[in-house]
Each structure stands twice: as structure tokens, then as C-alpha cells.
Design a protein around this ligand. Structure first.
Ligand SMILES: [Zn+2]
Length: 129
């Protein structure tokens, strides 16, 4: 039976680690995506309500910005929350990839090939590891 050293050398444990990182990543990505889906649903509801409110104003020929202000602000808040969740997704992906030994540009988060000193996307110098 191969000892631990041989297994690591043969890349067996490295492969196993990659599999568990991948499945952890999948779990978190799925969770965040369902949160984003939920927020998008709330967003659609609010936008529909806003549309109805604006149409009622049109029918009554009285546009009143203060009447729609609150709804617009709720939509803006949701938009910001969705943006945060999407940033979280990016962080999870980068962390998982880094755990598997990949490098990313500090600036634009593009994956950096081995042995490359500058980001292929934005040209930023990559720190030596
Ligand atoms: Zn870059």
C-alpha cells in the first residue's frame, strides 16, 4: 500500500482536495444563486407595482413624484442587494479556484496563467507567489 507521501506525490490527495473544494463551491454558488433569484422575484413584483402606480397617475392625469419615490427607492435597494450577492458569487469562485492553486489579477479578477507576470486582460503586474 502506498504511503501518504507517495499518494500526495502522485497527485491523488490533491485531486481529492480539488473535488471537495469544487463541491463546497457548488453548494455556496447554489445558495447565493437562489438568494439572487428570490431578490429578482421581489424586484419584478415591485416593478409591476410601480408600473401600475404610474398608470393610475396617468389615468388621473396627475403625476406625483413623491408618490412613486418610495417604490423607486425600494427597487434601488434591491438592485444594490443583488449587486452584493453577485459580488459574493465572484468571491466564492475566486476563493475556490485559489484553493486549487490558481492565481487571479488583483484588479480585474481574471485568472492568471502559470509563469505569467502581467494580467492578460488589464495588464496589471501580478505579484510573485
Ligand atoms: Zn487584470
Amino acid at each position: 500500500m502506498a504511503n501518504l507521501f507517495d499518494r500526495v506525490k502522485s497527485g491523488l490527495d490533491k485531486g481529492l482536495a480539488a473535488v471537495s473544494v469544487k463541491s463546497q463551491e457548488m453548494l455556496e454558488v447554489t445558495k447565493i444563486k437562489s438568494q439572487i433569484g428570490n431578490l429578482n422575484g421581489q424586484m419584478s413584483d415591485l416593478q409591476q407595482k410601480l408600473g401600475e402606480t404610474v398608470y393610475q397617475m396617468y389615468l388621473q392625469d396627475s403625476f406625483d413624484q413623491s408618490g412613486i419615490q418610495e417604490q423607486c427607492e425600494s427597487i434601488k435597494t434591491l438592485e444594490a442587494q443583488i449587486g452584493e450577492k453577485e459580488a459574493e458569487l465572484q468571491v466564492v469562485r475566486v476563493k475556490a479556484a485559489e484553493a486549487m492553486g490558481k492565481r487571479f489579477c488583483d484588479s480585474c479578477k481574471t485568472e492568471i496563467e502559470d509563469g505569467v507576470k502581467f494580467c492578460g486582460n488589464c495588464g496589471r503586474k501580478v505579484d510573485e507567489v
